[in-house]
Ligand binder design. Structure first.
Ligand code: GUN
Length: 285
């Protein structure tokens, strides 16, 4: 039997429409949501990401402030701008698009953003809050995966008590994903490049989350019959076509539910960024 497809595009649209409605109500109370987006340099992929984030702001009814800085911008100049935005009461969220040019240290920049405006959820204070179950901003991609699991398949996917295997241990996806699945009461295993018998480990999963960044590395031999498979990977194959970490065509014959690439996790990341912006404008009042 072929798996149910979890439609991230449709679910992200529902979330954006919910936010649009809530934002209209906030506006009636005189509250505006404002996201400041900083792009340093002219990386084409980053330009596309930033454009899509600004477009989502416009759709929902947020104000977006755009700072496009030259690639030779010094770290000091960038930190000065972040400091100004941290101190502006009319700015709720600050997003510095990564990667940054080599003269700028990403960690220093992440640490400089006020944790209360860190809508990416990258600041150590927010990462720590997630680990101990306190309120804070959660990294957008793993937060989006949780929404896909909760809203996909008509809400019929149970997480509590399930075996969840996450492949990948990045700070942005794998690690926060493990904390979120733990918070949902799954039994969590994090596999990575040094994991022995990866196929066997993955085959234990009721919910398998692939976040490695290697095209087609998860095959039917990694998947238990009836598992839910979430593909976080965004890669390009030899033909330049967008593809995930999962061999979709063969895995969909075994899984009970699966996310496609594109149209799965990808659109959820921006929807969750928009959700974090709303939280930033309302949580600290
Ligand atoms: N570059 C690629 N993904 C992201 C993201 O989620 N946030 C930021 N700030 N930069 C990125």
């Amino acid at each position: 039997m072929s798996a149910q497809i979890i439609d991230g595009k449709a679910i992200s649209q529902i979330i954006k429409d919910e936010l649009k409605e809530k934002t209209a109500r906030l506006k009636e109370q005189g509250i505006e949501v404002t996201l400041a987006v900083i792009l340093v340099g002219e990386d084409p992929a980053s330009q596309v990401y930033v454009r899509n984030k600004k477009k989502a702001c416009e759709y929902i009814g947020y104000r977006s402030l755009s700072y496009e800085l030259p690639k030779e911008t010094s770290q000091e100049e960038l930190l000065k701008l972040i400091d100004e935005l941290n101190n502006r009461e009319d700015v709720n969220g600050i997003l510095v698009q990564m990667p940054l040019p080599s003269q700028i240290d990403e960690k220093t920049v992440i640490d400089a953003i006020s944790p209360k405006k860190d809508v990416d959820g990258f600041h150590p204070m927010n990462v720590g809050a997630l680990c101990i179950g306190e309120k804070g901003f959660v990294s957008c991609t793993p937060a989006g995966v949780i929404q896909l699991l909760k809203r996909g398949c008509d809400g019929k996917i149970d997480i509590a008590g399930k075996e969840c295997v996450i492949v990948g241990r990045s700070n942005i996806v794998g690690k926060p994903m493990s904390m979120l699945m733990l918070r949902e009461n799954a039994t969590v295993t994090v596999a990575h490049s040094k994991t022995k018998n990866l196929e066997e480990v993955c085959k234990r999963a009721d919910i398998l989350i692939a976040a490695v960044g290697k095209a087609g590395m998860i095959t039917k031999d990694h998947v238990k019959e009836g598992a839910v498979v979430i593909d976080v990977g965004i890669n390009r194959n030899e033909d330049g076509k967008l593809c995930g970490d999962v061999c979709f065509d063969e895995v969909k014959e075994i899984a009970s539910a699966i996310t496609p690439v594109p149209g799965g996790v990808g659109p959820m990341t921006i929807a969750m960024l928009m959700n974090n912006c709303y939280e930033a404008a309302t949580m600290f009042r």
